[in-house]
Structure formats: C-alpha cells, structure tokens
Design a protein around this ligand. Structure first.
Ligand code: NIG
Ligand code: FE
Length: 419
C-alpha cells in the first residue's frame, strides 16, 4: 500500500535520529511544495514533486494537503491517561485561591483520582482511555506515553497497565506504557512511606516486570511525596528490569531532582519549574531530555520552567501535555505548543522540535519516529494552515485536518476514520 501526500504549501520537519539541543533545538527544515511518499508503514521519500514522479510509480492513494502544512505526528512523552473520575470541584477551589499542595494535604488531589480509579471496572477504564486517545489523535498525536500511578496497590496498577495494553491493540495511537506506582504515597501507607517503597520494590515492580506491562518507570520526587533517597532506591531497583527511567523533578520545590535524574541516567526529567543551575548543567552533561509541561504552569497558575536557561545550557527540551485530571487536563499538543510559546518562552521552531523529535527521544524512539525522513515510520499530520507557526499563532482551535499513522489514514477532514 503506497500513499503520497501532495499539494502542501510546505513540509516542515526536524531531521535526525537523536534529540536536538541548544541552537539546533530550532532546526526545522522547510520544504516548500514537497511531497511525502509512504510505502507500507514507512516513509520512503520526502522532497520535490517532479523528482518523485520520475523515481516512483503512481501511488495507490493520494492525500491532498490542499495548501496546508505537513509535519511529523506529535509525540506526547508524558501523560497519566488511564484514570477515572474528574476533579472540577478542586479546580474551583484553586480558582478561589487554594493551592495544589493545600488541596493534596486536605486529602483530595491525586488521592481522589486513586479512589475513583480503584473503583472503576476494567471496561470503564478502557472506555475512558480510548476516548482520550481519540482526542489525542484528533489533535495530531500519533504516539503517547502513558503512566499508571492512580492505583498505588498491586491490583489497580496492573489494571491500569492492562488497560493500556488492550487500548494499544484497539487504537491507532501508539502507546508507550510507564509504571508509576510511586506517584503518591497511598493513604493506607501514610504512617509508613518507607514501607510502601518496600512494597513497590518487593511486590509491584516484580509483578509488572513478570507480565511485561511496562518499558519504563517514573517517580514523583517531591516534598511530602517521595524523597530523593526513596527515589534513588525505587529507580535503582527499576534498573534491574532494564526499564527506561523517568522522573517528576522539581515541580513544586527544588529537591535536586534534575541532578538526581542525571546521576541515575534517566531518559527524561519532567516539570523542572524550580530546577537550579547545577541541575540544568547535569541534565546537559548526561543528555537527559528535559520535558517541559506548560499546561501545568498554566493550569496551576505557577511559574514556567526556565526554558531559555535549559536551551542555552544545551539541554534537549521536549514538550508534553501531562494529561491528568489535577494539574493539566488536556489531550491537545497544539494547546501545549501555544502555551510553550506564549507562556514559557519557546520560539515556534523550538516548540515544534520539542513536540516531535525531542519528545520521541524522551521515550528512546528517536530512531523510529519524530521526523519526516526516509526510513522513519510514516506518522504525519496535515495542518489546515500555510505554516507550522500557526500552531501557536492561531491558538485555541484545532488546525489538524488529516493524520496518517504508520502509513494509514486515521483522521480525514478532522474526523476519525472508522476502524
Ligand atoms: O504530573 N505531579 C504529579 N502528578 C501529576 C498530577 C497528578 C494529579 O494531580 O492527579 C503531574 O502534575
Ligand atoms: Fe505527570
């Protein structure tokens, strides 16, 4: 099966198979009038239309970009997708002035979602997750990371990860599952957080590994959640299973989380709102991808991560939604790109690289996805706009017209293609 995308004003893509940092973070190649040819699941040609017509036969299918922009499919490298229940009551409390930490300390917050997720049946949780995947796809995301962490006990952590495995079978969006039993100290272990850490190490990690339900692990290293010492214990254990390491670092306070992520050889460190200079230098030295989540800053009305300092220090920076019901309730990468530019200080080019190639690198997949180049998987988005700058510039509307995932048209004219 061959598919050619033609008629674009421009094809815009970063290049390469590794994250881009510093000056290169803004290296987006613009190919006016170019075509993209997919064969099977892969891209085989990106370039001049006449050259294409000389070298290749007529394709089975042509997709008309109609003067739009073709970009790589978005990669969302940090989400908490499989959750039940929502927290709009808490949202109102925050609008009235309470902080995220005050709400968490009052027994609401993450724990409220844990209760709802424990209660939900497998099928309910699967249905909710599939709906979120639909919204991601309609907004141009073709690969998403997704974490457990609203179970905080064996059974529900496994249920969340099995839901992700089933959702991956049913849905075109590619899912990269991450185990996060250390997302919060569960209420029943509040008197003994170290006891819970030992339960994760002794019972939950081994069960997840035995069933091959995750390829990575994440820990919320934060004051009042898991200390740097506990985080080290959890992640050193995770290494035994060959999992990729991720960290929620320096979100609310500076606990040296970024430095810890670098010391542990993490693939990515997320949030980084309060990261200090030493942490930034350590991330750069080890090539850890800094995942910036401007949706959280916006939603919690907090400061933004020090993006200019990160990029200047040559930390490769990615963007993600952090899709979750408490601190960033959105599936939309275009919304995140707009906030990244208007709030966090990204240029439009830096944001596009952050949402594609660098996001793929945060998940260890930059060799397969994140750019439009021969040999990469054919994951692409056609925007109803003449330039990729419109992603931030024309904010608050969905510019995604078509989406191709692994060579197949999965969104046409802004609607899901029936599966
Ligand atoms: O990434 N920081 C911890 N976890 C999420 C929030 C989860 C929630 O509030 O439900 C985050 O911000
Ligand atoms: Fe998160």
């Amino acid at each position: 099966m061959s598919l050619v995308v033609s008629g674009a004003t421009v094809v815009a893509t970063p290049r390469g198979r590794a994250a881009l940092a510093g000056e290169l973070q803004r290296a987006v190649e613009l190919l006016p009038g170019a075509v993209v040819r997919c064969e099977g699941t892969a891209i085989v040609f990106v370039g001049d239309r006449h050259e294409h017509d000389r070298r290749f036969q007529k394709p089975d299918e042509v997709l008309d970009a109609a003067g739009g922009t073709v970009i790589p499919g978005f990669v969302d490298p940090h989400t908490h997708l499989p959750f039940a229940g929502t927290r709009e009551d808490e949202f109102d409390r925050r609008l009235a002035g309470e902080t995220y930490s005050q709400i968490a300390a009052s027994g609401s917050g993450i724990v409220a979602t844990v209760q709802a997720t424990r209660k939900a049946s497998f099928d309910e949780l699967l249905g909710l997750t599939l709906e979120r995947l639909d919204r991601q796809l309609l907004n141009g995301t073709t690969t998403t990371e997704a974490k457990s962490g609203y179970g905080l006990e064996l059974e529900t952590e496994l249920k969340q990860l099995r839901v992700l495995r089933e959702a991956a079978r049913r849905h075109p969006v590619e899912i990269v599952p991450t185990a996060m039993p250390a997302h919060e100290v569960p209420p029943e272990w509040r008197h003994d957080p170290d006891g819970y850490v030992e339960l994760v190490v002794g019972q939950i990690h081994p069960a997840i590994a035995a069933q091959k339900l995750a390829g990575g692990v994440d820990v919320f290293c934060e004051r009042g959640v898991f200390s740097p010492h506990q985080t080290r214990r959890l992640l050193a254990d995770a290494r035994r299973y060959g999992w990729r390491i991720h960290l929620h670092a320096d979100e609310l306070f500076d606990l040296g989380g970024a430095k810890l992520a670098a010391d542990l050889g993490a693939a990515s460190a997320s949030h980084l709102l309060h990261t200090n200079d030493e942490g930034i230098q350590a991330l750069a030295r080890r090539g850890v991808v800094g995942v910036v989540l401007p949706g959280v800053s916006f939603f919690l009305r907090e400061r933004y991560a020090p993006v200019r300092l990160l990029i200047h220090a040559e930390v490769p920076v990615a963007l993600a939604t952090d899709c979750n019901p408490g601190s960033s309730h959105t599936e939309s990468m275009p919304a995140i790109i707009a906030l990244a530019c208007l709030g966090a200080g990204f240029t439009t080019e830096e944001a596009l690289v952050a949402a594609t190639l660098n996001a793929a690198a945060a998940l260890g997949r930059a060799d397969r996805i994140g750019t439009l180049e021969p040999g990469k998987q054919a994951d692409l988005v056609v925007l109803n706009a003449p330039s990729p700058k419109h992603l931030a510039y024309h904010f608050g509307v969905n510019l995604v017209r078509h989406v191709v995932k692994a060579g197949k048209l999965v969104v046409r004219d802004g609607a899901l293609v029936q599966r």
